[in-house]
Design a protein around this ligand. Sequence first.
Ligand code: UD1
Ligand code: UDP
Length: 357
Amino acid sequence: MKIISIVGARPQFIKLAGLLHSLEENFSHLVIHTGQHYDDNMSCVFFDELWIPPPAYNLGVGSDTHSKQTAAMMVRLEEALEHESPDGVLVYGDTNSTLAGALTASKMHIPVAHIESGLRSFNRKMPEEINRIVADHVSDLLFAPTPTAMKNLKREGLLRKSFLIGDVMMEGLRKFSPQAELHKCKLLASLGVEEKQFALATIHRAENTDYPEILADILDGLSSIDYPIVFPMHPRTRKRIDEFSLENRVGRNIQIIEPVGYIEMFALEASASVILTDSGGVQKESWALNTPCVTIRDETEWVETVESGANKLSGRTPEGIKEAFLSMLGKRLPPLPDFFMLNPSELIPGIVKRLWG
Ligand code: UD1
Ligand code: UDP
């Protein structure tokens, strides 16, 4: 069977990396990169570090408004899929690349499987929420990471095509943890921080970065914490800080660095005492790496992380961020739930072969 994975943004390269070996063993497998992320440290580094072969196609769409970016992806994807005529397509997560991949393939009557299906924040102002809902409804197979995601799919009448397969990001963690261990010492020394004596921050969501008052509040919150923070900064956030002239809101406790590769990120997540983030992936990785997490949002799709106490929603006020940080510092985390131990790289190819083979 010929199966194509469509990816385009940082977390999708990481999700693909965890599954890659098994996809290559079970299928004739190709990768299409939409080109949504293109900086070396947002794209190439993951292909190099995580042994992902060069994509068969890089559609080179780059950045634009949602409609222009998604439309450009669809036009170029249609040509590539026409040329390859695969037996099925895999789309990952909730980015515009997910939306374009699911829509294009389904309109061409190519079976689509959505990996990381069923997540809902119930906040339709998030571009990701629209992408998830559309991708789930047009896809033929839905691979859900959590019991809550399965419940959401059931509520929307999609249970018939849904499977609980666990979290593909856990595969990446299992596969690459020995390498992260090796890099830890040197990395921390180069940043001038000590293990469990610093916090790690990442912020990139549109709803946190696109409004000057909200971004200023988040920077104020991080700056008010009397504790060193390492902040690998997403290019979107860096651009917004420049555009809104918020450089003076970055406190002296915050060390901004370029986005890091996955192995370095993994080492930082495991070494930090607390992680402050609005990333989807980082909320789960922190629990898996036994580091308490503060999510700088009002809601999360990863509800199990909050219900268990491994993650706390801080909202976006400076006071909320500081309070949440203090309450999570030194917290003992609960054991990982069973669904994190599932093995998606075995389950996904098995189901795909059985239903599409
Ligand atoms: C996208 C996803 C988001 C995901 C995130 C992962 C959508 C709607 N959003 O957000 O769900 O959590 O990726 O990181 O798909 N930029 C660069 N270099 C790059 C890529 C982006 O400078 O390599 C800058 C550009 O100014 C661009 C901005 O970042 O306009 C936003 O990029 P975009 O891909 O539109 O969305 P992300 O914020 O990265
Ligand atoms: N990540 C990384 N380098 C960074 C920041 C994040 O490798 O500088 C990894 C992180 O460990 C996780 C993934 O990128 O595996 C999450 O991607 P991101 O936060 O961009 O997107 P989201 O998960 O919110 O969609």
